[in-house]
Structures are given as structure tokens and as C-alpha cells.
Design a protein around this ligand. Structure first.
Ligand code: GDP
Ligand code: IMO
Ligand code: MG
Length: 426
């Protein structure tokens, strides 16, 4: 039995979907443990491109796939995603949804949008999928859970109570029309009926798999820098994308985790607002965006691009306890004459070995760069590390030394087989 947690080590979109798909064929279960349809995981297999938001990327390999308690679920969006899976010829009979996961309702999406408008120039740049408001209700203890969908009287009471509060906000503060609780209740009942066959106690199911010695892959969404506690708060998401989130978010013991694989892009991107010390707003940033197709899977927004930031990834390595790294999108850097790497931050004249909590301090940090030689050769068909141009090898070795975690995979293209395996882990 082995378990592998896959996490993003930057600001998301590192290529977690592609690497999860790679491990899904060796796994008996793939589990998403946090986030919701703010995530967008693209997996390309041959002619087919799959885009997952809530459904684990394991479904392409027909590996049993679990939506665990730590996630927030938009039922209508999930049904649409299941329908898209069926149309794409994927099997849905091995999909499971935790009865403890929380529900995103239309009023969560509405509040997400209105919050962003209210914040104006200080907006977070959320995906407007209702993620923050749904997690806020969870911690405020008025959230609606999947199991509540099957107790109509309780569900009605909860929806009415929540909507009466939302309507106060809408009419008294936002000068908006009130919304109708009955419409939301009826939609939830209808969606609940469709989702019924998938609902189970995921934590218990995973415990049974662990006892039977099965391999489990946990697929993170977002990345360490979007973690609600350790990211660039408040420009973060509302869950724990770091490895600790996997045990709470799936209901398994920390003792059950064997390996933790950090997915790391060979440069850095970020969607939405917030600090980004190595951001490039010049033509090199545009080069990375075009060459790497850096446009969001969920919102279509152009991703901000910048140089690799070792201070960020070292921080992520520590928070996650990374045992391995998969370095992705190395091919995007092809054609750059020189490549810069941020090795450390300097704050008030000192090189620092911590990641500042204060955004004021972070803004004062100066990125210290080292310049490496680039390469011109197309590397997308390369199958072994030794076949890579020497400068590309040196780049990978430099990052490995800076992060101090072994790089076990180098990804050189979006397709399944554009993957150099140095250590298969499982
Ligand atoms: P995720 O959210 O971490 O799963 O990442 P996304 O799917 O949002 O973004 C990564 C994008 O890069 C997707 O479009 C992938 O198909 C693509 N991708 C993944 N690995 C590679 C790679 O090594 N090279 C290139 N060129 N594209 C990649
Ligand atoms: P994957 O799993 C990149 C960002 C949003 C915004 C912030 C908060 O594809 O890597 P939210 O809607 O979560 O309240 O938005 O987090 N964000 C992501 N950025 N990849 C993601 O997921 C993201 N999910 C949320 O852009 O800045
Ligand atoms: Mg993504």
C-alpha cells in the first residue's frame, strides 16, 4: 500500500491535473480534498482535452474518484461536469461524493460577486464561484452539507434561515432585490436526486481501501501560496491546499501518508490580484504567457507570468513536507537566451530565510536573481534527462539545489507521454 499527496507549490495551475492523471493508472483511488470549481485541471490524452473543476482527474483512467469532505460542491455545476464526462465517453459509475462536503448555493455565488464589487480596487480577483462564502458558512456553522440534501425538512429550514439573512444584506446594504428561498430549495432537491447514487461516507470508504493495502492518490487544487493560513493573505483561496489539508479534507490519518509530491512550474504564474515578487510585466512575461498558453481553465483570464521564485517553492516544500517534485512546463522556456531565477529575497539589506507574513514586508522584499543560459532546441519529444540540452539540464539541477527536494519528474509538454520520469515513486 502506498499513498501519494499531489499539491501545487506556487499559485496554482502548475499542472496538477496532468501529473494526477499520470499516477491515476497506478492508483486504486484518486481523492480531491479541498476547493471546489474554482479549480481548473486540464488533462490532454491524445486528441482529447479534459477540463476538470470538481471531479478528480483520475476518472480518465476509470480509477475510482472521490470528492471528499473538505471540498465545497456546487451541485448544478457538478451535474453539468458529470454530463460532460459522459459525453466525453468517461465512466461515471466510480465517482463518489462525501456526505460531509459542503454545498455552494446560488446565494454564495451572488455574495462572492457582490463582495468583489464592494472591495473595489482591493478586490481578491476570485473566480466568483462562491467558494469563500461557502467556506465562511461552514466555519460559521450554518453551512448546508451533502447529507442535509436528503432531509427535506431540515434542508428547507436551513435554506430559509440563510436566505432570510442574505435578503437583509441584499435589500438593506447592497440595494438589491431579495431572492426566493423556495426556488433555491426546489433546485437543491432536484439536484440532490440526481447526485444520490454517488453519495457515501468517503472517509470510511478510504479507510477500507487503506486496510486492504490499496494505493491512494490525493489530488490537491490551487497551491501553497493560495493557502488560507500560509498564502499571501487575503489574496488567497478559502481552504488548505497544502498536504496537511489532505488528511483533514479526506478524513484519513496523517499516519496514512507516504509520499508528498509538489507540482512546480519551471517559472511562476498567478491569476487574480495580490503580490507576485518575480512578476514580469514586459515582453518576456508576454512570451511566457503565449508560449505556455497561460490563460485560466476556469475563468479564461490571462495569467500573470514571472521568473521562477525559489523563495516561494522552498517555503512550499517546508509547509508540505515535500518528498519529491514534478517540474512542469520546462518546454515553455525554450527560446529564451537567458533565464533568471530568484534565489532569495532581501529585506532591509538582509537576505531572509523565511516568507514574510506581512504583505507590507513582502512588498519591500527585493528578489535576488541568478542568470542562467537558455536553450533553443525543441524538448517536447525528449524522453530521458540526458537527452535534454545541457543548459536545460543545468536549469533543472539549479532549481533542485535551490529547493533541496529531489525532482522526480520533468514535464516537457501537455501530453501524457511528454514526461521524463527520474523516480516513479509508486
Ligand atoms: P492545474 O490547475 O495545476 O491542474 O494546471 P492547469 O491544468 O490549470 O494548467 C496547466 C496547463 O499546462 C494545462 O493546460 C496543461 O495541459 C498544460 N501543461 C501541463 N504540463 C505541461 C508541460 O509540461 N508543458 C506544457 N507546455 N504544458 C503543460
Ligand atoms: P487550480 O486548482 C489558480 C485564485 C483566484 C483568486 C484566489 C481566490 O486550477 O490550480 P477563489 O475563487 O478561490 O475564492 O479565488 O484564488 N484561484 C486559483 N488560481 N488556480 C486555481 O486552481 C485557483 N483557484 C483559485 O484566481 O486569486
Ligand atoms: Mg488550473
Amino acid at each position: 500500500m502506498s499513498t501519494l499527496v499531489i499539491v501545487g507549490t506556487q499559485w496554482g495551475d502548475e499542472g496538477k491535473g496532468k501529473i494526477t492523471d499520470f499516477y491515476a493508472k497506478k492508483a486504486d483511488a484518486v481523492v480531491r480534498f479541498q476547493g471546489g470549481n474554482n479549480a481548473g485541471h486540464t488533462v490532454i490524452v491524445g486528441e482529447n482535452t479534459y477540463k476538470f473543476h470538481m471531479i478528480p482527474s483520475g476518472v480518465i483512467c476509470a480509477t475510482p474518484s472521490y470528492i471528499a469532505n473538505g471540498m465545497v460542491i456546487d451541485p448544478t455545476a457538478l451535474i453539468a461536469e458529470i454530463d460532460a464526462m459522459k459525453k466525453g465517453g468517461l465512466h461515471t459509475e466510480y465517482l463518489y461524493i462525501s456526505n460531509r462536503a459542503h454545498i455552494i448555493t446560488p446565494y454564495h455565488k451572488l455574495m462572492d460577486e457582490l463582495n468583489e464589487v464592494r472591495l473595489g480596487k482591493n478586490k481578491i480577483g476570485t473566480t466568483k464561484k462562491g467558494i469563500g462564502p461557502a467556506y465562511a458558512d461552514k466555519t460559521n456553522r450554518n453551512g448546508i452539507r451533502v447529507c442535509d440534501l436528503y432531509e427535506p425538512a431540515l434542508l428547507k429550514e436551513k435554506v430559509e434561515s440563510n436566505v432570510s439573512y442574505i435578503n437583509l444584506l441584499l435589500t438593506k446594504i447592497y440595494d438589491r432585490p431579495a431572492i426566493d428561498a423556495e426556488t433555491i430549495y426546489q433546485q437543491l432537491l432536484a439536484d440532490a436526486k440526481i447526485l444520490r447514487p454517488y453519495v457515501c461516507d468517503v472517509s470510511l470508504a478510504l479507510d477500507n481501501l487503506l486496510k486492504a493495502g490499496k494505493n491512494i492518490v490525493f489530488e490537491g487544487a490551487q497551491g501553497a501560496m493560495l493557502d488560507i493560513d500560509f498564502g499571501t493573505y487575503p489574496y488567497v483561496t478559502s481552504s488548505h491546499p497544502i498536504s496537511g489539508g489532505a488528511t483533514m479534507g479526506a478524513g484519513v490519518s496523517p499516519k496514512a501518508i507516504d509520499y508528498i509530491l509538489g507540482i512546480t512550474k519551471a517559472y511562476t504564474t498567478r491569476v487574480g490580484e495580490g503580490p507576485f515578487p518575480t512578476e514580469l510585466t514586459d515582453e518576456t512575461g508576454e512570451f511566457l504567457r503565449q508560449q505556455g498558453h497561460e490563460f485560466g481553465t476556469t475563468t479564461g483570464r490571462a495569467r500573470r507570468c514571472g521568473w521562477f521564485d525559489a523563495a516561494v517553492v522552498r517555503y512550499a516544500a517546508r509547509l508540505n513536507g515535500l518528498t519529491h517534485i514534478a517540474l512542469t512546463k520546462l518546454d515553455t522556456l525554450t527560446g529564451l537566451r537567458t533565464i533568471q531565477v530568484c534565489t532569495h529575497y532581501e529585506l532591509e539589506g538582509d537576505v531572509i530565510d523565511y516568507f514574510p507574513a506581512s504583505l507590507t514586508q513582502l512588498a519591500q522584499c527585493k528578489a535576488i536573481y541568478e542568470t542562467l543560459e537558455g536553450w533553443e532546441e525543441d524538448i517536447t519529444q525528449v524522453k530521458t534527462f540526458e537527452e535534454l540540452p545541457v543548459n536545460a539540464q543545468n536549469y533543472v539541477k539549479k532549481l533542485e539545489a535551490l529547493i533541496d527536494v529531489p525532482i522526480s519528474i520533468v514535464s516537457v509538454g501537455p501530453e501524457r507521454d511528454s514526461t521524463i520520469i527520474l523516480d516513479p515513486i509508486l
